[in-house]
Unconditional design. Structure first.
Lengths: 150, 150
């Protein structure tokens, strides 16, 4: 199997050309690369194969993150309903410790896992601040969520 | 089903008490909470149920991220072997555009999806810089990877 800049397939399903996602959208080109024309066909084919896996992982990450925000939103509603404090330091400490351990099992840098959790917490807080200030909330997050849950 | 500070279960499998992960590790307590003792049993049970889903999602995220770094590491080796440039602006632009679109489908803020990709890219670059400087690389990332691939 080869892929050249003139023939920038393969796509995942083996069909030719970029996948059209809708009449008014820019199609995603899985073979988009500034390296096109500067690389052997066989090398480019191997690169595209690995990138295809990265693309699948990224799609999974996006949908999984969306699901996570739905869950923290539920917690937010629950906390608001019962007038519970936004933060929960005991919970956060347990989460961080667990994620660092899991990262070790996955051969991932534990410090990165902790940084990642803090990155997500930051986004949750940002959503809640937007709600508190009466600003539009990104995505489909519903108004009324005041609890901060990481 | 109820859960109180005196009985901080349920665990996922219904067994009692925190899960012991090894003889020398601190056990993970899925019911760890600074709210313990300040919340109705039924509310705490609902909170723990949602948190159990968040914990499952977080574990999946950690293992998925580990897999993603394995893939970018492969690309790094390939680029190093064929002396290809580290960055690929054409690829990055296509990735960002796609992730924003997928975020929309998932009801996730597209700006967050882009920020997330940049966060990951930052980590990949940090790994590669550590390698270039001869520093220990976090996790199990192998030395010799010089390409930057997001």
């Amino acid at each position: 199997m080869s892929a050249t800049p003139q023939d920038p397939t393969p796509t995942v399903d083996g069909s030719a050309g970029p996948v059209l996602t809708g009449p008014s959208e820019t199609p995603y080109d899985a073979a988009a690369s500034s390296l096109a024309g500067h690389v052997q066909d066989s090398v480019m084919a191997e690169l595209l194969s690995i990138r295809s896996s990265i693309d699948n992982i990224d799609a999974t990450l996006v949908f999984l993150l969306a699901e996570r925000f739905k869950a923290t939103q539920k917690v937010g509603f629950l906390k608001a309903e019962h007038r519970l404090p936004a933060g929960d330091p005991g919970r956060e400490a347990a989460q961080i410790s667990r994620l660092r351990r899991l990262a070790g099992e996955a051969h991932l840098d534990p410090a990165f896992a902790e940084k990642f959790l803090n990155f997500i917490i930051g986004e949750v807080i940002r959503h809640h601040e937007a709600i508190a200030e009466g600003l539009p909330v990104p995505g489909d997050i519903q108004p009324g969520v005041v609890g901060t849950e990481s």
